[in-house]
Design a protein around this ligand. Structure first.
Ligand SMILES: Nc1ncnc2c1ncn2[C@@H]1O[C@H](COP(=O)(O)OP(=O)(O)O)[C@@H](O)[C@H]1O
Ligand SMILES: [Mg+2]
Length: 437
């Protein structure tokens, strides 16, 4: 029987998925432990044995492609499970009537979460990313008699909400097991080689990525030099997105005022000068808006920035100029302690994107971007070390980097007409630096 064939391919450590009943089954560990495969195979077997509603959940799911949908499809095809029918948004078993559905918790409204009330098994993938808020809504919703919650995760930090609540002190209804790549009899040679290379070259990362240990809090770099250098390499990317300007305004005598110009995946230019008075900065910003028609200018509203904003607003530029307070609440409040952490993390995402990105090469910028360490608060939200700490280490304020991260303050409508490319070219040919304008 095919179920026996599949069961024979599920490593021993995962046997409780099929053989025991627990309210929570949580497997954690590093990459390659076989968690995703074992969960997928076990659920496919279960779905063939009786009629089950199975919800595959993660914190964020922008598209079904982010989910385990594809893995399940691959396993169905691998085992030739013709009783499963793959639909656009779900997978059903024609014989038992079982259904697999796929949802992201963060963006799902309460009404949709209610549709999970009949779920028999919820599989939470990437459990380390689940926020306290998502869990608080989900846990009481999975309420059907005998229902189970299966969690696969690689611990991110000491305070991952699910870890703290479920695994740190498991009760009798909770099963917890650790599994790493060396426990997985099917771990491909290639993955083992990658693990060995990582162990040699980046021992701290090895402990987290491959051995499933939480990252050490307090001493973690947010952005690595390799990410920035990759963005420095010359590429041919067409500027098709609207222009966004980040404006970091000098706070104290020794800081500079910096404009950063970014168009989607290309960050064109930094313009730096040392003028300190708010009227000069506002004048210059106004000229930039007139000539280059940015979709948005995000300016640092701390210190004298508030004054610059007031002047620009009084000149009718409120629609283009946005004042950003680094210390204010983040847009994704459940993930970030404040706007500053959110913007820096968005910039990190941009730099580590699979798509090519282009950053104007500048060693000072590299040092600044890599100078920031991250930590997490008790709710597992990202937090950056204070600017004073960074200043001490760097010997100056990370003005270039701050101007750059300001361009990520808010998403800018991609449908807006792109500014004429020639205006950027013209900007390149003018000498705006040193405040000689
Ligand atoms: N039952 C299995 N049969 C074949 N290959 C497997 C099986 N389980 C795991 N693997 C292999 O091991 C790799 C890692 O497994 P995966 O489930 O992705 O680990 P994890 O989710 O713990 O990172 C997979 O890419 C696959 O090549
Ligand atoms: Mg996995």
């Amino acid at each position: 029987m095919i179920n026996n064939v599949i069961t024979a391919r599920i490593p021993e450590v995962f046997a409780p998925l099929l053989t025991s009943h627990y309210r929570i089954k949580l497997y954690y560990g590093g990459r390659g432990g076989g968690k995703s495969y074992a969960f997928a195979d076990s659920l496919l077997i279960k779905g063939r044995m009786s009629k089950l509603l199975i919800a595959c959940l993660r914190e964020v799911q922008d598209s079904i492609k982010d989910s385990v949908y594809r893995l399940l499809c691959e396993r169905i095809s691998f085992y030739h499970l013709v009783d499963y029918e793959i639909r656009e948004n779900k997978i059903i078993n024609r014989l038992t009537g079982s259904e697999f559905i796929f949802k992201g918790l963060r963006d799902t409204d309460i009404q949709k979460i209610k549709s999970l009330e009949g779920v028999d098994i919820a599989w939470i993938e990437e459990g380390q990313s689940i926020s306290q808020k998502s869990w608080d809504i989900l846990a009481p919703t999975i309420r059907k008699e005998g229902s189970e919650i299966w969690i696969s995760m690689n611990r991110e930090n000491e305070n991952d909400p699910l870890w703290t609540m479920l695994a740190a002190h498991p009760d009798e209804r909770t099963f917890v097991a650790k599994v790493n790549y060396y426990d997985n009899p099917f771990c491909p040679e290639e993955l083992k080689l990658q693990a060995q290379k990582c162990q040699k070259e980046r021992p701290d990362d090895y402990l987290h990525i491959w051995l499933g240990q939480p990252r050490k809090s307090g001493s973690m770099q947010l952005i690595y030099p390799a990410m920035v250098r990759r963005a420095f390499e010359p590429k041919n990317i067409l500027p098709v997105s609207p222009l966004v300007i980040g404006l970091d305004i000098a706070r104290f005598g020794d800081d500079r005022t910096v404009f950063c110009l970014r168009q989607g995946r290309i960050c064109h230019k930094f313009i730096t000068f040392t003028h300190q008075d708010i009227v000069s900065i506002a004048d210059y910003c106004q000229v930039m808006i007139r000539d280059y028609k940015p979709a948005k200018v995000f300016l640092d509203a701390g210190g004298i920035g508030a004054g610059v904003y007031d002047i620009l607003a009084s000149r009718g530029l409120r629609r283009v100029v946005r004042a950003v307070n680094f210390g204010s609440r983040a847009i994704a409040e459940d993930r970030y302690c404040n706007r500053r952490a959110e913007m820096w993390d968005n910039a990190r995402d941009w730099l580590s994107s699979e798509l090519e990105v282009q950053l104007v090469p500048n060693e000072e910028l590299l040092n600044e971007l890599c100078s920031v360490n991250k930590a997490y608060d008790s709710k597992g939200r990202l937090l950056l070390e204070s600017k004073d700490e960074i200043k001490k280490r760097l010997g100056r304020s990370p003005d270039l980097a701050d101007a750059f991260v300001l361009t990520f303050a808010e998403p800018v409508c991609e449908q807006a007409p792109p500014p004429p490319v020639c205006s950027i070219e013209k900007l390149f040919s003018d000498d705006h630096s040193g405040g000689k304008w």
